[in-house]
Write a new protein. Structure first.
Length: 269
C-alpha cells in the first residue's frame, strides 16, 4: 500500500503514512518531520484562518525537542500531529485542536518521565557509590579512627548520611518536580549530583555544630551523641532549610559574642 502511495505522490518523502485521501495526503518523512500535500481535487480550506491556527499550533509543538526520546515515542507523537493536519485539511478544526492538545499532554509527560529518569539515576548512582566507598571506612573504623581521629571519622560518616538523606528527599519530591528533558541530560546529572553534594555539606555543618556545642550543647556530654549526629545528618541532608537556619544561628551567636567582647573591653577601659 505504501508503494502505491509513493507512486501517486512521487514528490513526497514518505517514511510513515498517516492518512491518504483522494485530494490530500499526510505523512512523516525520513527526518521524522510531518509533511502533507494536496492535488487538483482539493477544493481549498473551509476556513483559512482556522487552518492557519492549526498550523501555527502544530509548528509550535513540533519545535519541542524530542531527540532524546525512544523512536517509537517520537513516531507516536508525530503521528498525532499528522492526524491533526489531516483533520484540518478535512475541515474538522475542532478535532484537529483536540488532537494537538492530546499531543502536547503526551509529549510533556514523556519528556518529564525521561528527565526524572536522568535525575533519579544520577542521584542513585552517586549515593550508591558514596555508600560503597564508606563501607571500608566503617568496617575498618578502629584503624581509621587511630589515623584521622574520632571527630573527623564521625564527620565523614555524617556526610555520607547526609547523602542518603538527600537521596531520600529526591525520591520523595520527584513526583511533584517539574523537570524538562529539553534542558539536556548533562544539566540534570549536574543538578542531581549537586543536590547530593548539598546534602553532604549540610550534614557536615550539622555535625560540626553538634561537636562544637553550638547546637544542643548538652548533647555533647551524652553517650548518644554519635547516634544523634548520624540522625541529624540524615535530616539535614533531606531538608533544604536546616543548613541556612544553622548558618543564621551561628552568625547571630558570633555577632552576640563579638558585641559582648566589645562591651567587656570597653568596661575595662
Amino acid at each position: 500500500m505504501l508503494d502505491k502511495t509513493k507512486e501517486r505522490w512521487p514528490e513526497m518523502d514518505i517514511k510513515y503514512l498517516v492518512l491518504e485521501e483522494d485530494d490530500f495526503m499526510v505523512c512523516i518523512d525520513s527526518e521524522m518531520v510531518v509533511d502533507w500535500n494536496t492535488n487538483e481535487k482539493f477544493q481549498g480550506h473551509k476556513d483559512e484562518t482556522k487552518h492557519n491556527g492549526v498550523l501555527n499550533r502544530m509548528a509550535l509543538l513540533e519545535s519541542i525537542p524530542i531527540y532524546a526520546l525512544h523512536e517509537q515515542i517520537r513516531l507516536s507523537y508525530k503521528r498525532m500531529l499528522g492526524e491533526a493536519i489531516a483533520r484540518s485539511l478535512s475541515g474538522d478544526y475542532n478535532n484537529a485542536l483536540n488532537i494537538l492538545d492530546a499531543a502536547e499532554t503526551f509529549i510533556t509527560s514523556r519528556n518529564g518521565e525521561l528527565a526524572r529518569t536522568w535525575y533519579l539515576s544520577a542521584s542513585g548512582v552517586t549515593t550508591g557509590l558514596l555508600v560503597l566507598l564508606s563501607l571500608p571506612l566503617w568496617f575498618g573504623r578502629v584503624t581509621v579512627k587511630c589515623m584521622i581521629g574520632e571527630v573527623l571519622f564521625w564527620l565523614m560518616i555524617a556526610s555520607i548520611a547526609g547523602a542518603v538523606g538527600a537521596m531520600f528527599s529526591v525520591i520523595m519530591r520527584m513526583g511533584n518536580a517539574k523537570l524538562d528533558c529539553s534542558a539536556g541530560m548533562k544539566l540534570h546529572i549536574l543538578e542531581s549530583i549537586s543536590r547530593i553534594a548539598a546534602g553532604m555539606i549540610s550534614a557536615l555543618l550539622v555535625g560540626l555544630t553538634i561537636y562544637s556545642g553550638v547546637l544542643l550543647p548538652a548533647l555533647a556530654q551524652t553517650g548518644n551523641k554519635r547516634a544523634f549526629i548520624v540522625l541529624a545528618a540524615l535530616v539535614a541532608g533531606a531538608s533544604e532549610r536546616w543548613a541556612p537556619s544553622l548558618i543564621e544561628h551561628v552568625e547571630k551567636r558570633t555577632k552576640v559574642a563579638g558585641l559582648k567582647q566589645q562591651l567587656s573591653g570597653g568596661g575595662n577601659e
